[in-house]
Design a binder for this molecule. Sequence first.
Ligand code: DAH
Length: 332
Amino acid sequence: MLEQIKKTLTDFDTEILELNSSDELETIRIKYLGRKGILSQLFDDFRKLTGNDKPIIGKTLNQAKIDITNKFNQVFEKFKSGTKASDFYIDLSLPGRKSLVGSKHIITQTLDEVKNIFKGLGFSIYEGPELESDYNNFEALNFPDDHPARDMQDTFFVSEKFLMRTHTSPVQIRLMKEKKPPLRAIMPGKVYRNEALSAKSYCLFHQVEGLLVDTDVTFAELKGTLVSFAQQLYGKDVKYRFRASFFPFTEPSAEVDIWWEQQGKEGRWLEILGCGMVDPNVLLNVGIDPEKYIGYAFGMGVERMALLKYGIDDIRLLFDNDIRFLKQFISV
Ligand code: DAH
């Protein structure tokens, strides 16, 4: 009998929550509280009982009637004011809703890793704005007006003189203007390019720039720093190569490739960064004497590193913010 009472209570709760109109409310009243309703039926059965547990059952049954009547009256009152039962009636016996716990996006995770490696190599962190002057983004970096190298980077111009930075290299200019050498910093941040969206390119991505300026700096040191970085990120056995390249702001310039093998695919060289010795013209533009100081610089794309690291083949997935994708990379 106790079971029956319990079931009556849950059935009543379910029915009253699914209620849509006051007509249905009346049907429920008759069903549970009416003269021939379920409760009165239960009381009839109760009277016929003889066992020892009769007092307990009686108490439970009385309480059930009180609960059902109270809930019914509550819903009845609210219905008059136009609210649905489920809008206010809270079933405290239901299990709580799980809240989603946020986690770091893989770009942030990769950025954190890069920052930590360079911190370990003695680099500090410096940041600049995403809206830049044409001067800092190009001119000061030795891209003269009409220089074809400007076409290497499709630019979002905001006005004739301002643009969304196409790389983090202008932060080098800001750093060298603000602080005196010796300098040793990395400069992470977002950059923008006016490119057609595809699996390989997006209009927004992240770069980490690096700059070291001192009195006695060699290409060998640049190489040592970058090799150490690649080994910490991709493992001691990473296969890499330095390939001669061109950037207006470094001379000589190089690009670093790493050998990439994915299961079931043929291995290939993938470019991960550009680097070089700071061009003396750049030092002159920021008022540093190139006779006295020398520097090296490098710049790398963070998305490229994240894609490689996690074996993802479409950059757009990084920006869709689809939780089904992101939750595969939750780090603890
Ligand atoms: N700014 C370059 C780019 O976006 C990358 C780069 C190359 C940065 C060489 C550097 C460097 O600092 O030395 O393609």
